[in-house]
Design a binder for this molecule. Structure first.
Ligand code: NCD
Ligand code: ZN
Length: 345
């Protein structure tokens, strides 16, 4: 049976929510990931060091006693973020700030309305070597949803990188050939995460044969040519800039299967197996370890994890749902279907 052993991976973009939901989802990531960069888009958002540290403690409390899983905390950038908060964050080992353009996605109402109005805060981040994580989509209602990422590169990302030559930036969950090419041609201070769904699915998976709300996430699934460009990016030249970030974004079934379903796909239950399937599909399993376990650590200036996991090409069946607290259910990616790879227990 085909198998591969890799350094334990890290998830550099993860939503674990709060309270009962948090209790339900954290163990899935802890089972396979060494560390995870925790997104701060709670309600209300995590905007200061104090709330980030208490959130971190809640995550740790949800782990088994012998778990070595480490949450890496981030702060949510708003129009009101101060340079003092940046310096405090650096002292407290907060790993990054997350930019949600106001209105871009789930829980982004408190996001930044104009990036160029908070330049002193971004300069302070560059000064302390704190990366900025960007949700790279414009929010202009006149821009087509499938083009919002490409427009963001021209309208926001390029001017931002020009204005702040020392700021390190992660272009989160990229979905297009445009974004992949931009990162390939950028400097090493630019990195990008890619989700399993964007490596495995295109917009047909969302819209053909009926709308599948569990495949609705932001940025939205794109045309097949973009999926192929992402697969090429993780296996081609300058692939060291791309790393694993699931954007696993759990929501209760009732918020997904309704008249106006919210954005987010849950993948933490089988993240590395989904990536293995994607890399295997193009014969690039030899590139999986760099993507999953080395490139992200290097970008964040962290040592690689010291243990390994082994993946085997053996089908696993995914349950139809998981419990999500408060009598709610969580529908995972591949619910009631199989994934071609499993973790060797
Ligand atoms: C994320 C969420 O639900 O928090 N949703 C999503 O579709 N990806 C927010 C985000 O990362 O955009
Ligand atoms: Zn996200």
């Amino acid at each position: 049976m085909k198998s591969i052993t890799i350094i334990r991976p890290d998830d550099m973009h993860l939503h674990v929510r709060d309270n009962e939901a948090l209790q339900c989802v954290v163990p899935f990531s802890a089972r396979q990931m060494g560390r995870a960069v925790i997104m701060p888009n709670l309600k209300p958002p995590v905007v200061n060091v104090e709330s980030a540290l208490s959130y971190k403690q809640k995550i740790i409390n949800a782990l088994d006693k012998d778990s070595s899983f480490t949450p890496l905390m981030t702060l949510y950038l708003t129009d009101k973020t101060t340079t003092d908060t940046v310096y405090q964050a650096a002292d407290a080992k907060i790993v990054a700030f997350k930019l949600y353009p106001a209105g871009a996605t789930t829980n982004s109402d408190d996001g930044v309305t104009d990036l160029f109005k908070i330049l002193p805060v971004l300069e302070a981040m560059a000064e302390v070597n704190m990366p900025l994580l960007v949700h790279g989509e414009v929010t202009d209602n006149n821009i087509d949803i499938f083009e919002r990422e490409a427009v963001f590169i021209e309208k926001t990302l390029k001017p931002l990188l020009d204005k702040l030559p020392n700021l390190r930036v992660v272009f989160e969950h990229i979905t297009t050939a445009d974004a992949a090419q931009f990162v390939i041609n950028a400097e090493d201070r630019v990195g990008a995460t890619i989700t399993p769904q964007h490596l495995l699915m295109n917009r047909n998976h969302l819209l053909v044969g009926g709308i599948n709300p569990h495949h609705y996430c932001l940025p939205i699934l794109k045309h097949e040519k973009h999926r192929l460009a992402l697969l090429e990016a993780v296996s081609g030249s300058n692939s060291h800039r791309f790393f694993l970030g699931t954007d696993s974004a759990p929501h209760p079934r009732s918020k997904k299967e309704c008249a106006c379903g919210c954005a987010g796909a849950f993948s933490a239950h089988a993240a590395i197996e989904l990536y293995a399937e994607a890399f295997d599909s193009i014969g690039a399993l030899d590139k999986l370890e760099a993507f999953a376990s080395r490139n992200g650590a290097r970008f964040y200036g962290l040592p690689e994890n010291t243990d390994t996991i082994t993946l085997i090409k053996k089908e696993q069946h995914i349950p139809a749902s998981f419990s999500f607290g408060n009598d709610e259910l969580l529908i995972p990616l591949r619910a009631n279907q199989t994934i071609a790879w499993s973790i060797d227990a």
